[in-house]
Design a protein around this ligand. Sequence first.
Ligand code: PGA
Length: 258
Amino acid sequence: MNRKYRKTVIAANWKMNKTPSETKAFFTEFKNQMPKGRWCDIVVCVPAVDIPAAVRALRDTRVGVGAENCNANASGAYTGEIAVNMLVDAGCKYVIIGHSERRAMGETDADVNAKIHAALGANLIPIVCVGESLEQREAGITDEWITMQIKAALAGVAVEKIKKIVVAYEPIWAIGTGKTATPDQAEQVCQMIRTVIRKMYGAAIARGVSILYGGSMNEKNAEELLAQPDIDGGLIGGASLVSEKFVKIIEAANQPIA
Ligand code: PGA
């Protein structure tokens, strides 16, 4: 983290978990446990049907609600899809874009890029996910792969918009597996991502972009990961489903300003 230059962001990704009633119950508990300090931005990205319950429960808090996906088109014949203006109207401030689980369902780099443009156009903060597979890591092409994903994702994004973007580095082999990247491994890639952004947008912009780590981050390993200079937060799946664990991760982000 480096709170002098950029925000720390602790974001939950609930994936396909919890019903609207369970969402309501979760936030009743969470609001009782939530730290009062403001050392990080707190975000919860929930299934689309849970958004109203989350927005209602968090109305009087500073926690931002996000969606887990969006469609790049403004409206029209896209059965089952959700447009960015619908998310904004429902009370969302964030949207996860390009999660590896969605890429595995066929989402391309071009789709990710189009969704980022749509989100920024609607004033939603995109949490843009990138990450390599185990095969790619073992083949030694992690840096090339991530560089390509970042360049494709940000193609055509204007310099004044880039400040709104949050990047999440999520090695696919670490997601939901209990195999966390070591702090050194995660830092190395997050630092490399910042270098790619620096080359595209300059040092001042790159210094201000929050880059999160995701992949089996939990209440035990969060502090060490978040202590790395280029890891500005976490995108947390499994551990965000249990209020006490998510709260402990938020507390782990309360580290001295570098
Ligand atoms: P995990 O998921 O924390 O359960 O590994 C992270 C993510 O996929 O965003």
